[in-house]
Write a protein that binds this ligand. Structure first.
Ligand code: SF4
Length: 160
């Protein structure tokens, strides 16, 4: 990722983390929100978030199913430092829902501004789509350093 883009995206992350901290949503630590099928929702991420996630996330088995996140192990996130925006913002606390939606809208608008300013394109898709595009079937790992990985040529994804 271009260092300027990276810095700006990380600024969005920092702003989101601060806004969520200030809102103080309740977390029951059930881990259900990372088990998408069980919970009944989908984690959409942008290509910026995918690139950051895959820079430091642990290896994962492929193909990745849409049912849950492969980085949740024993109920805990193993990619916490680089987790995408939805993971930072979403909490199942009903009293926080409106605030969470607002933080999400502002963060996505910020990412789109970065994409426009740097002519970086825009891809937005469910987590597993990015993970499967980046993973190398047969190795059970995502190679973020190979030309086919997120640092290399981007593969076409559904645009949402
Ligand atoms: S990256 Fe971490 S917080 Fe986000 S869905 Fe996966 S396990 Fe959950």
């Amino acid at each position: 990722m271009n260092p300027g883009v990276r810095r700006e995206v990380l600024e969005i992350y920092a702003g989101v983390d601060a806004a969520v901290r200030a809102a103080g949503p309740r977390c029951d630590a059930s881990g259900r929100c990372c088990r998408f099928k069980e919970y009944g929702h989908t984690l959409f991420i942008s290509h910026f978030e995918a690139d950051l996630l895959l820079e430091s996330a642990p290896p994962y088995p492929t193909p990745v199913s849409p049912d849950g996140c492969p980085f949740q192990v024993d109920g805990l996130c193993t990619a916490r430092e680089s987790r995408p925006l939805g993971c930072r913002i979403y909490f199942c606390d009903p009293a926080y829902e409106e605030t969470g939606n607002r933080i999400t809208e502002e963060a996505i608008a910020g990412l789109k501004r970065i994409a426009d300013a740097h002519a970086a394109g825009w891809q937005y898709a469910p987590l597993h789509v990015f993970l499967n595009a980046a993973g190398r079937p047969g190795t059970g790992a995502a190679d973020t350093m190979s030309p086919a990985g997120p640092a290399g040529p981007r593969r076409p994804l559904p645009v949402v």
